[in-house]
Design a protein around this ligand. Structure first.
Ligand SMILES: CC(C)(COP(=O)(O)OP(=O)(O)OC[C@H]1O[C@@H](n2cnc3c(N)ncnc32)[C@H](O)[C@@H]1OP(=O)(O)O)[C@@H](O)C(=O)NCCC(=O)NCCS
Length: 171
């Protein structure tokens, strides 16, 4: 599965993936318009890319995007659902439905963690929010994310980037 950095022209695809992440339980709870009007969600993406944003796109061998993971620093006054601190970027992740369950999500997360560790301004920690019942929590736990809090019906999880098993195995 090829990966490349997410760039400005990926904005529309990232909005599509944000929608997948918010409709993660298979029910179409949000429309694209509702998501754009939901501050905590929209903050993770509006104005993409900001100076410190970073992300990864997974593509087919033909160059079609199938998934994305990205991270953004947000201030305490305008947090996302996975906020822990202004110096901890919040992560969003998703694959188009037909490409799930084949290991691409794990590979995508590992690529993002690698980008966090090796980018121009190395990132010490990453955070995310995972709703109760989303089986993606297994993926996050095995990558080294730990629960640090609750927000609504979701856990907030944090990864110390330097301790991510996938990263350590690649060194
Ligand atoms: C979350 C997501 C990116 C995971 O990608 P994926 O390619 O489906 O997951 P993988 O095949 O890489 O599996 C990763 C691990 O998590 C588990 N897992 C992840 N999603 C799962 C699901 N929907 N059902 C069951 N197990 C799941 C797998 O069992 C696997 O564990 P293993 O490696 O120990 O066998 C993808 O399912 C998705 O886009 N879901 C909808 C959007 C979403 O939920 N985003 C995250 C919001 S917090």
């Amino acid at each position: 599965m090829p990966f490349r950095p997410a760039v400005a022209s990926d904005a529309d695809f990232l909005w599509r993936i944000l929608l997948e992440a918010y409709n993660c339980n298979g029910e179409p709870r949000f429309t694209a318009e509702q998501l754009a009007a939901e501050p905590h969600a929209a903050r993770c993406l509006v104005g993409w890319p900001r100076r410190d944003d970073f992300g990864v796109i997974a593509e087919t061998v033909a160059g079609e995007p199938i998934g994305a993971a990205w991270a953004r620093y947000l201030p305490e006054s305008e947090p996302g659902y996975g906020f822990v601190a202004a110096d901890v970027p919040e992560l969003t992740l998703g694959l188009l439905p037909e490409h799930r369950g084949r290991g691409h999500g794990r590979a995508l997360m590992e690529a993002l963690v690698q980008a966090a560790a090796e980018g121009p301004a190395p990132v010490a920690r990453l955070s995310l929010s995972v709703e109760d019942g989303n089986p993606a929590v297994h993926l996050y736990t095995t990558l080294g994310f730990t629960r640090v809090g609750r927000s609504g019906n979701a856990d907030t999880m944090v990864l110390d980037v330097g301790t991510c098993p996938a990263l350590l195995n690649n060194r």
